[in-house]
Design a protein around this ligand. Sequence first.
Ligand SMILES: N[C@@H](CCC[C@H](N)C(=O)O)C(=O)O
Length: 287
Amino acid sequence: MWDKQKTVWFTKMHGAGNDYIYVDTSVYEISDPSSAALKWSSPHTGIGSDGLVLIEASPVADADFAMRIFNADGSEAMMCGNAARCIGKYLYDKGITDKTLIRLYTPSGIKNLLLHVTADGKVDSVTVDMQQPVLCNTRQIATPEGTMVEGIVEVSGVEFKGTFVSMGNPHFVIFTDDVLHTDINLYGNLLEHSPLFPERCNIEFSQVMKDGTVRTRVWERGSGITMACGTGACAVAVAAALTGRCGRESIISMDGGRLKIAWSEADNHVYMTGPAEFVFEGEIPNI
Ligand SMILES: N[C@@H](CCC[C@H](N)C(=O)O)C(=O)O
């Protein structure tokens, strides 16, 4: 048996297929989360995941808990929409809180989570107030104005038209006529590392389908292709509304599932609703 002091109990969860390892740091201290994310995310020599999420005590009085998110390459991100929903389920289903409205502190501000609980007392979906999208950020996009709406970007001799949207973290949304045949592995990787994005970037390739849903495939900064991205879905919904492709409410359909996004005219906040699921739990040597 492993020495308890040297091991960490983890929970693997996913939100629309975007899978992370969750650790409650009120029980287990992770001294080097960046190295832990890199090591444990490996599908062959670790647990396998898109990254590591720490559930922490809130550093401020007006939030209930806090979240930190590390990509599979060990880089820390400002926000993760799918992880926010999973944290809501983790806290409620494990009896850590009985609140159905949780205030979650993140590096990009406090997010309100509204838990939808079924008759058998389990959370099956969560609505997150993702706050206001930011269309201008000179740190995240290297244009003179710090904005880009339907701008042309060339990578490896191919031109893409894209829109920059920050949901705390940076996103570049590209609408295409054939999303299923776009080489997102090649172009996502090149765009992530383009000098246009000084902090690198998450890239979404999207297509509005006949039924009005927005089929989206995701290349995430620091993790590569993922089955879904919550902040990415919000960015796609905002870009689609901004460019007249959709209204203020849309369904973003990604490889691992669908998210419902509403960009409110009343408060300019983006509300994301979607599932959260447990996968398995286990014990791993601490870093
Ligand atoms: N999958 C997440 C976003 C995770 C962070 C992202 N890769 C970044 O570096 O900004 C989501 O669901 O929002």
